[in-house]
Design a protein around this ligand. Structure first.
Ligand code: KDG
Length: 318
């Protein structure tokens, strides 16, 4: 039985060296990046048997993504599209620094995944997995991906696979009202919801503290677990009426992109190992801290490093 299956778009992330502008740089680093494959990689590196489902052109660019994800132990389940009729999505990332923010430019319209149908994917993998994860980015890509997302969540639900969903609102893909309606349609198929507090307020129209938000969402939609993330203020989880709080572990932030996915990866990997909710929150938070110290979307880490963060053992190892 596969431990974890994720579903979503993976793009090529193109970023100039730090301190250089997209407008003038001659160099772009190419890395794979996509919320759902970030989770699969993070969890695989922490010991989970992880698969990631998607659609890509059968081209050097599509294969580039698969090769990178495989190198971290993820087993891709890819629907290959005709290279002449489809494309890989890309995103450009220019690192900011005070007073300039980090800027993401998407070039992903009509990427191969926008036409993905369930029967092109190894849906058995979802039914046979212990855990299925996707995010609010996927239904934003096209009507077809929205329908396929629902279909895969249904397949998981019918098979008794635990389903998690990270809201991951992306303002460059859609507006809050459209997103909210789509999310609310999906919520009945979700067991564990991850939601940044800011998105809960601005997109789901929730008021109050993270705990109040979690209670409200759990009551209205019947989630088994709600995890509200609060950036540097840590996370709050609600399960069965009990609330668990987790601080962030301090980290020098080199690259914040992918931090939320790393949190989910650590959380899910620990849950799959049988860890309780407080342990999963610690693993999520520690994996997120480690992610922030490295370049790229991926949480390239190990269980030993995560344990060291949790036990407060950083510093120079020599
Ligand atoms: O969470 C990181 C993602 O934002 C990044 O990988 C790009 O998937 C991406 C997206 O759609 O924003």
């Amino acid at each position: 039985m596969t431990d974890l299956v994720t579903f979503g778009e993976t793009m090529l992330r193109l970023s100039p060296p730090r301190g250089e502008r997209l407008e003038t740089t001659r160099d772009l680093t190419v890395q794979a990046g996509g919320a759902e494959s970030n989770v699969a990689v993070g969890a695989a590196r922490l010991g989970a048997d992880a698969r990631w489902l998607s659609k890509l052109p059968d081209s050097p660019l599509g294969r580039r993504i698969v090769t990178e994800l495989r190198s971290h132990g993820v087993r891709p389940g890819v629907a290959w599209a005709d290279a002449d009729e489809s494309r890989v999505g890309t995103y450009y990332l220019e690192h900011g620094g005070e007073p300039r923010g980090t800027n993401v430019i998407y070039d992903r319209a009509d990427a191969a995944i926008t036409t993905v149908e369930p029967d092109e994917l190894p849906t058995d993998a979802v039914a046979e997995a212990e855990w299925f994860h996707t995010t609010g980015i996927t239904p934003a890509l096209s009507e077809t991906t929205a329908e396929t997302t629902t279909a895969l969540l249904r397949t998981a639900g019918e098979a008794g696979t635990t389903r998690s969903f990270d809201l991951n609102y992306r303002a460059k893909l859609w507006d809050p009202e459209t997103a909210r309606a789509a999310y609310e349609d999906l919520f009945e198929h979700v067991d564990t919801l991850f939601v940044p507090r800011r998105d809960a307020r601005e997109v789901l129209d929730r008021e109050g503290s993270a705990v109040e938000i979690a209670h409200g969402l759990a009551t209205e939609f019947g989630f088994d677990t709600v995890v509200v993330t609060r950036g540097l203020e840590g996370a709050v989880a609600l399960h069965d009426g009990s609330v668990y709080e987790q601080d962030v572990y301090e980290a020098e932030t080199f690259d914040a992109i992918g931090t939320g996915d790393a949190f989910v990866a650590g959380f899910v990997a620990e849950r799959l190992r049988g860890g309780d909710l407080p342990a999963a929150l610690r693993w999520g938070s520690a994996t997120a801290a480690l992610k922030r110290t490295t370049d790229g979307d991926l949480a390239v880490t190990t269980p030993a490093e995560v344990r060291d963060v949790i036990e407060g053992e950083g510093g120079i190892d020599r």
